[in-house]
Design a protein around this ligand. Structure first.
Ligand SMILES: C[S@@+](CC[C@H](N)C(=O)[O-])C[C@H]1O[C@@H](n2cnc3c(N)ncnc32)[C@H](O)[C@@H]1O
Length: 234
């Protein structure tokens, strides 16, 4: 039998358990693609943002029957930057966002901006989950240009991990750790940081995948997947 500390959980399982246990209402997903994660999530209010949704009509209809909370789901076909600049201020009340999945463009600056924007709307006990924080190989952690040149042939995590280092170094108002599951799920909460790093932005920009590989557990503040449940008291 698998020890609880080694249990692997998906982003969807974790998000749903948080929504159910904490009576969370509002869910925002940045980067939806085919809706593999978005469509099954049950929440009173679901908002999806993607400049290029790839949800087939038949799939969307099927999920209306399987999960009635999709009836009211709101879709915004644009980049997250455009969404946060033009739509979010009139759509989401400050301090009303309960859970946000950041899973759009997997590059340091993009992921960082998405988290910083989402924090403006997050309620005090809410949570931001960041996908792709723990690339298992240099290939998974390559640049977008390399991934494109490889014809998008493998799972790409990019350098989202640098956004974790940035948040842990340069924000003293949030707590950040990464769950060792589902390619690394970053967790961002509005709590004082338990441990900070002291990188500058310039240092982070210069780091390589090999640097991450040599310091993975401490730099990412890596935790076993079930840690998130005790962290949120559920
Ligand atoms: C890995 S997929 C998302 C997967 C989805 N969250 C899931 O769990 O099934 C990444 C998505 O991010 C979208 N994306 C790329 N650039 C983006 C941006 N600037 N803003 C928002 N989404 C973006 C892509 O179109 C793509 O659909």
């Amino acid at each position: 039998m698998q020890a609880a500390s080694q249990m692997k959980l998906t982003r969807g399982q974790i998000i749903q358990q948080l929504i159910d246990s904490k009576a969370f209402r509002t869910y925002l997903e940045i980067g939806v693609f085919k809706g593999k994660n978005f469509l099954p999530i049950r929440a009173e209010r679901k908002i999806g943002v993607d400049p290029a949704f790839r949800i087939k009509l038949s799939r969307r209809l099927g999920w209306l029957f399987r999960n009635a909370t999709n009836l009211k789901a709101e879709y915004f076909e644009q980049t997250s930057d455009s969404f946060f600049q033009n739509v979010a201020p009139g759509l989401i009340q400050k301090s009303s966002l309960d859970v946000c999945l950041v899973d759009g463009m997997h590059e340091y600056e993009y992921a960082l901006r998405d988290v910083e924007h989402a924090l403006e709307y997050l309620q005090q006990d809410g949570v931001i989950i960041m996908h792709d924080c723990n690339p298992a190989s240099a290939q998974a952690g390559c640049t977008f240009e390399q991934w494109k040149a490889g014809n998008f042939a493998w799972d790409w995590n990019g350098d989202v991990w640098k956004a974790i280092l940035h948040l842990r170094s340069l924000r003293n108002d949030i707590d950040v750790f990464v769950l060792d599951t589902d390619m690394g799920l970053g967790v961002v909460a509005k709590r004082p940081p338990q441990q900070q790093l002291n990188f500058t932005k310039e240092q982070i920009q210069a780091l390589t995948y090999d640097d991450l590989a040599a310091n993975r557990a401490s730099w990412l503040n890596l935790k076993p997947a079930p840690y998130i449940f005790s962290y949120f008291g559920i």
